[in-house]
Design a protein around this ligand. Structure first.
Ligand SMILES: [Zn+2]
Ligand SMILES: [Zn+2]
Length: 308
């Protein structure tokens, strides 16, 4: 398999592409006359830079990370300029421990096997699968154990209110949208109606189960993004089989989090993509992963304790 074949390339607007590792993670390339910004770099299972350079057409490429998690920084070492929120600098520089990679490897292999059955059922009955989402054969690096994610030293930081100027009047506005992690950034393509939400917005389980995740922060971040809905036409997210949602989806997630935080939603046991036992609050079309044993009551008590 040639490296390019691992990535699905989808034009979203003039000079804007979604690059997807189907079934794994999506990233976005926005090109202006002065520079290109690559939002995230995927899992690092195949070389990314040749494809990005080809699409960028010769302008310098800046990587802007939505956050520091392993599935978003895998190709960052291929680029010279990498920007991230200050809360993600350490994580980006730390690299990824072997047990995290092994956990994800197991998930990827299980998904590959399930995908064959899923595609077969889809071909026979459902006809929903499009090329963008059809899982592709996993690159050799994942099978032969040579997959690693190099530590990267950020060359600069991005914070709430920063603007990335791409020249020619094109720019990306930076919003700090913590909750999934403390470092989460979302990027709005100013005046063009596109929002890139990274892991702040997702269409499968939204991961809020990590020790540094916060449901209340996520609720606040999504509410801020929902306030931008009138200026938006499409919202893009990093994972699963729906990586584009309408702006109204943001308020639906805020409403769901309000119900969850009010203790109105029962959870069920689940397992995340690196094998951690979690609980899952399920809504129509998405869910939230919370720590195993989480309840709205204990969360409120913890918040009160922290405030006291
Ligand atoms: Zn993440
Ligand atoms: Zn992710």
């Amino acid at each position: 398999m040639r490296p390019h074949e691992w990535f699905h390339v989808q034009p979203l607007a003039a000079g804007v592409w979604q690059l997807t590792e189907p079934g794994h993670v999506a990233m976005w390339l926005v090109v202006g006359p002065g520079r290109a910004v690559l939002i995230d770099t995927g899992c690092g299972l195949a070389p990314l830079r040749p494809l990005v350079d080809e699409l960028a057409g010769g302008v310098p490429v800046t990587v802007a990370q939505t956050h520091h998690h392993m599935d978003h920084v895998g190709g960052s070492h291929e680029f010279t300029e990498v920007l991230i929120h200050p809360a993600g600098v350490e994580g980006l520089a730390a690299g990824v421990p072997a047990d995290r990679l092994a956990g994800y490897r197991e998930y990827a292999l299980a998904q590959e096997e399930a995908a064959a059955a899923y595609a077969d059922l889809d071909d026979r009955f459902f006809h929903l699968l499009r090329d963008e989402y059809r899982p592709r054969p996993l690159p050799a690096a994942l099978r032969d154990g040579t997959w690693s994610i190099a530590p990267v030293t950020a060359t600069g930081t991005l914070e709430e209110g920063d603007v990335l100027d791409l020249g020619g009047g094109r720019s990306l506005a930076v919003m700090h949208t913590p909750g999934h992690s403390p470092a989460d950034l979302s990027f709005e393509l100013v005046g063009e109606g596109l929002l890139f939400g990274g892991d702040t917005v997702n269409t499968g389980p939204v991961y809020v189960q990590n020790p540094d995740s916060s449901l209340t922060l996520l609720r606040g971040s999504l509410a801020r993004l929902a306030d931008r809905a009138p200026a938006l036409t499409r919202v893009f997210c990093s994972h699963f089989m729906r990586t584009a949602v309408p702006p109204s989806y943001l308020q639906a997630q805020v409403d769901a989090l309000d119900a969850l935080l009010a203790g109105e939603i029962a959870t069920r046991p689940a397992v995340d993509c690196v094998g951690t036992a979690v609980d899952e609050a399920v809504f129509d079309g998405f869910s939230f992963f919370v720590p195993r044993g989480w309840t709205a009551r204990t969360a409120a008590a913890h918040a009160e304790e922290a405030a006291a």
